[in-house]
Write a protein that binds this ligand. Structure first.
Ligand code: XIL
Length: 346
């Protein structure tokens, strides 16, 4: 007992999590909200303890970085990236091009050549500033049409598509590669894991964008599966495996970039919500690992206390959502155990 107590005192505070992280064969990360970091040491500590990678959830989005054309607001992103690096973590960037983060001042630009200038300048400036600090970037996020079959279109109708056409995608990738040639460049997308023609089509479109970029000699390294998993949808394990194999054959890596569980239709019972979530995360990861381990697995936050699901897809019955690996009191839930086991056993 004495010996135990003595050696415990010699172990630095972070040794247990460092040891855990070292056992992981696939790194685990999470997105952090910069606006919650100050005055919330327990929130920050959760990332320090459990993550190999910590990335800004919102601070690198276009509208936050550039509230007006003249003003660059790097402070929040710097804060997160510095926090990650100071704690021995890696980090990555999301996202250069996203319909949900295009500022109104940019959308007011009508001239295609002006729009192109703004887009390229934005990506090159931001990419260059974080060069060497980020593993890579989601260069374009959610460019596939939400329901391609029903809408009869492949790409989402966005300002960038309307103004520049599909070529805004290679333009963005080229600018990102110019700014940071070593960064891992990804196309990031949701709803790529479920069963049905709608989802088959979304997978096909991603593969086709990747092939077109490669055929044009534009650098693309990875596909990010956001992994916002609906507890009420069926994961198509076979289709996901095929998709992964097809990407692998093209030399494209697979990342899980925004993992969480949307449980708005599950019974309002914390234990069953947590069990469903763990089973779902496990099924999803198992089908990816069946082909080959993903490069990274990143959760879209760590604690149920702070999640976009609470705002965007709250439970109609008012019961709390339980989307993330730690509960509102910051205690680990069964889905974190799934992460620990799965990523260590790669
Ligand atoms: C969300 C963040 O979680 C929110 O905090 C923010 O207000 C809006 O964006 N898909 C994405 C993410 O690619 O960037 C979104 O993040 C969630 C859905």
């Amino acid at each position: 007992m004495l010996a135990g107590a003595a050696s415990a005192a010699l172990v630095p505070a972070l040794a247990p999590s460092a040891a855990r992280a070292a056992r992981r064969k696939v790194p685990f990360g999470a997105a952090i909200q910069f606006n919650l970091m100050d005055g919330a040491p327990a929130y920050r500590q959760l990332f320090v303890e459990h993550c190999d990678l910590v990335m800004p959830m919102n601070a690198l989005k276009f509208n936050l970085l550039r509230p007006t054309r003249e003003v660059w607001n790097f402070e929040p992103a710097d804060k997160v990236v510095d926090f990650a690096l100071a704690n021995g973590k890696t980090s990555r960037g999301t996202c250069h091009v996203w319909w949900g983060a295009t500022p109104d001042w940019a959308k007011a630009i009508e001239s295609p050549s002006e729009a192109e200038r703004v887009l390229v300048e934005h990506i090159e400036t931001v990419g260059d500033r974080y060069k060497g600090k980020l593993l890579g970037w989601d260069v374009v996020n959610e460019v596939v049409a939400n329901d391609p079959l029903y809408e009869n279109r492949s790409l989402r109708d966005t300002y960038w598509l309307r103004t520049l056409g599909p070529r805004h995608i290679p333009l963005a990738f080229k600018a990102a590669a110019n700014a940071d040639p070593k960064a891992q460049l990804a196309i990031n997308e949701y709803d790529l894991e479920y069963k049905g023609p709608h989802y088959d089509e979304r997978r096909t479109i991603i593969l086709s964008i990747v092939r077109q970029l490669q055929d044009a000699n534009v650098k693309i390294d990875a596909v990010g599966l956001q992994g916002h998993l609906y507890a009420d949808k069926v994961i198509d394990v076979d289709a996901l495996e095929r998709f992964h194999r097809d990407l692998d054959a093209l030399g494209i890596k697979l990342l899980v970039t925004e993992l969480d569980v949307i449980d708005w239709k599950s019974p309002p019972d914390p234990q069953s919500q947590d069990k469903t979530a763990a089973t779902l995360v496990s099924r999803f990861l198992d089908s990816l690992f069946a082909v080959k381990p993903p490069e990274l697995v990143i959760a879209w936050g760590l604690t149920d206390r702070y999640s976009w699901i609470n705002d965007v897809m709250p439970r109609p019955d008012g019961a709390p959502s339980r989307p993330l690996p730690f509960d509102r009191q910051l205690a680990a839930k069964p889905w974190f155990e799934v992460i620990e086991k799965r990523l260590s056993a790669a």
